[in-house]
Design a protein around this ligand. Structure first.
Ligand code: P6P
Length: 343
């Protein structure tokens, strides 16, 4: 029986190899520990008294995105804030659930990293017992800055030191990259630690599976209409093969499937969300997922630009997203080039 490698051992070996320093290693360990706490809360379901909308009876609490917060959104956010406040490796935190970035309380030492997270992505699925997840991204704080402000977070995805997600599904899995491949760890609930179960996830270059919310089709731009229209035409159409479709409406679940067996995930611009720049958020959804996908041999684009090279202009900026099997993302980008009315 080969000796199992824990997340701690993996990170220590990466530190010994000089690919990560002690502070970043400890930061990732703290985030992973917070995810274990969230996993326990999510796993209790109706027994935990934390399902349903946050806020008082008749008045749901809304986040900056204008979305109704679930009780578990708020709880997960609090778990991540509390776990990371005292560690001494952060100069600031930003969350989908908070209007602006948060300073580290003065009573605690500060560090050189910035942590961004979506504490519970896909939380609308919580009440129907479908997988949800935590997405996180780690950036370096600019030299000389001890109390980070929003503008210090506005770095392109290529600047990420680490990125990952924790998916709370049939098993709880942490998928992580520190820039040396994408690796999956499964939570051993009996021991209480994450164990390396896939070293070096690889996304197949080709795919026959796409993930998109088809109910938005009438709102899409021309390139997306042409692209998906040809996918649906199957082997009689220009793509020459039949495609299957999956849409969980939980980005972490859809991306985990794609990292595991290939596919293309898309949340394109549509006339409903175009004014906001898209639906999904760049800093704590698209960028971390794009780094994980590229590190697994896939590709990630806005349809018109490599995702990781987008220069952010706002903490909660939204972008169109195409990510997954490299040749399929390249095909989607080609459709945008050939059918683009905006170019
Ligand atoms: P729709 C969940 O709310 C989320 O942010 C992603 O996890 C998911 O991919 C997307 O929105 C689902 O959006 O419009 O299909 O409900």
């Amino acid at each position: 029986m080969p000796q199992s490698i824990s997340l701690t051992r993996y990170l220590i070996e990466e530190q010994r190899a000089g690919r990560i320093n002690a502070d970043a290693r400890l930061l990732i360990e703290v985030v992973a520990r917070a995810c274990k706490t969230i996993s326990i809360a999510v796993g209790k379901g109706a027994l935990g008294g934390v399902l349903g909308d946050a806020g008082t009876a008749g008045e749901a609490s809304m986040n900056i995105q204008g979305e109704a917060q679930k009780k578990l959104d708020v709880l997960s956010n609090e778990i991540l804030l509390e776990a990371n406040a005292w560690g001494g490796h952060l100069a600031g935190l930003a969350s989908e659930e908070m209007d602006t970035s948060q300073p580290i309380p003065d009573v605690y030492p500060r560090g050189n990293y910035l942590l961004l997270f979506d504490p519970l992505d896909g939380s609308s699925n919580i009440d129907v017992n479908i997988s949800v997840g935590t997405i996180f991204s780690v950036l370096r704080c600019p030299e000389g800055v001890t109390q980070a402000q929003d503008e210090h977070f506005l770095q392109p995805g290529t600047a990420q030191v680490a990125a990952g997600y924790c998916t709370y599904g049939p098993s709880t899995m942490l998928v992580l990259t520190i820039g040396n491949g994408t690796h999956a760890f499964t939570l051993d609930r009996e021991v209480g630690s994450f164990v390396l179960t896939t070293r070096g996830m690889r996304i197949p270059d080709e795919t026959k599976e796409f993930a998109v919310n088809m109910s938005n089709q009438r709102f899409w731009e021309a390139p997306m209409q042409h692209y998906v229209g040809d996918l649906l035409s199957g082997k009689e159409g220009p793509r020459g093969k039949d495609f299957n479709m999956r849409w969980v409406a939980s980005m972490v679940a859809d991306v985990h499937r794609i990292l595991t067996r290939g596919g293309i995930f898309s949340y394109p611009l549509d006339s409903k969300c175009a004014a906001k720049g898209g639906k999904l958020r760049l800093m704590y959804e698209a960028n971390p997922m794009s780094l994980l996908v590229e590190q697994a041999g896939g590709a990630a684009s806005t349809g018109r630009q490599r995702m990781l090279e987008v220069q952010p202009t706002g903490l909660h900026q939204r972008v169109p997203v195409f990510l997954g099997s490299k040749s399929e993302v390249e095909a989607a980008v080609r459709y945008h080039r050939e059918h683009d009315e905006t170019s």
